[in-house]
Design a protein around this ligand. Structure first.
Ligand SMILES: [Zn+2]
Length: 343
């Protein structure tokens, strides 16, 4: 099969052995489109402790047509058009039994720990696919591929973890990123007022068109001062973080007494400091979050089918130009998702 693989010398498009025939409980999907996430940059550049077997097929997000179905699979047949959840759980550990599949002790991600979606074929557990909902106009394959990782991540952060309520104010950093954009839209669905930031005025204008209530340019404006002015000096109830070191102090300065900060990433660096006296005095809650569970996946796919949460695409590239797609992501030039057409 044709695939984008990581080798000792970097990424290349080449032919590799087909993804294995599906075992019990698995399906093999003919991938039509894959989508990039920041994770793909981390994988390309080498995650600490991760030693993939080369050549390693990259790509976490994808969508396509079920091609082969293994034994013991219910409800999925060959020819089904499916979205793929890249988070693979063992469905056996105590967290999985409690329904918390992204807390699985054996949790792995397509494209990071396992062969990914940027290939003509990928084999995954049948519990990781969902039928592509019928929408009008129909979802493109690129939109379908772009849906899962960021929407699932943002849903869990905003709804399950931070429990954003109608009337609350939410600050979302870096609106060009897929998780941030999804978080903004989900917070709006929850009835919140949303303040978003970017260093790019064009992205901020686009964000207003997509529902942002207030936009701040974090290169030219002092975010914490602006946020405090916008909230009667109180700060916001919820901060959605995935930037880390570069924004952490500002995030805390924006947080109201009793506020919640939820983070799923550290794109600018993982090490931050906190004054514990401020944490307890202000009754803050700091939360981590990664991906989401099967029930959350069902819910976001249902919402997608109801016409909400349709992915915002930035650019779509053919597989042969995947290096341009990576470059665009690396430069942070995008607003929304960057997808790669496999066929
Ligand atoms: Zn588990």
């Amino acid at each position: 099969m044709r695939a984008c693989v990581l080798t000792t010398t970097g990424l290349q498009i080449t032919d590799v052995p087909d993804a294995p025939a599906p075992g019990p409980g698995e399906v093999r999907v003919a991938v039509r489109s894959a989508a990039l996430n920041h994770l793909d940059l981390f994988v390309r550049d080498g995650l600490p402790g991760a030693t993939p077997r080369y050549p390693h097929v990259v790509g976490a997000d994808g969508a396509g047509v079920v091609e082969l179905v293994g034994g013991d699979v219910q409800g999925i047949v060959a020819g089904d058009r499916v979205l793929i959840n890249p988070g693979i759980s063992d469905y056996r550990c105590e967290f999985c039994r409690a329904g918390e599949h992204s807390l699985c002790v054996a949790y792995r991600l397509l494209g990071e720990h396992l062969p990914g979606t940027m290939a003509e074929l990928v084999t995954v557990p049948a519990v990781n696919v969902r039928l592509v909902p019928d929408l009008s106009p129909a979802l493109t394959w690129a939109e379908a591929a772009a849906f899962t990782l960021v929407t699932l991540t943002a849903w869990r952060m905003v709804i399950t973890r931070a429990q954003v309520q109608a009337g609350e104010t939410v600050l979302v950093w870096g609106i060009g990123g897929g998780v941030s954009l999804a978080a903004m839209r989900i917070a709006k669905l929850a009835g919140a007022r949303v303040i978003v930031t970017s260093s790019d005025d064009a992205k901020l204008a686009a964000a207003r068109g997509l529902g942002a209530d207030v936009t701040l340019n974090h290169r030219t404006q002092k975010v914490a001062e602006e946020v405090r002015a916008l909230t009667g000096k109180r700060g916001v109830e919820v901060v959605v973080e995935n930037v880390g070191a570069a924004t952490w102090d500002q995030s805390l300065r924006c947080l109201k007494r009793g506020g919640r900060l939820v983070t799923c990433g550290a794109t600018s660096g993982p090490n931050v400091t906190i004054d514990l006296r401020r944490l307890f005095w202000h009754h803050w809650t700091l939360m981590g979050s990664t991906m989401g569970n099967a029930a959350e996946y069902d819910e976001i796919v249902r919402r997608l089918g109801a016409g909400e949460l349709r992915p915002v695409l930035d650019q779509v590239y053919p597989l042969a130009r995947v290096s341009e797609a990576y470059r665009r992501l690396e430069q942070g030039a995008q607003l929304g998702k960057i997808a790669v057409e496999i066929v």
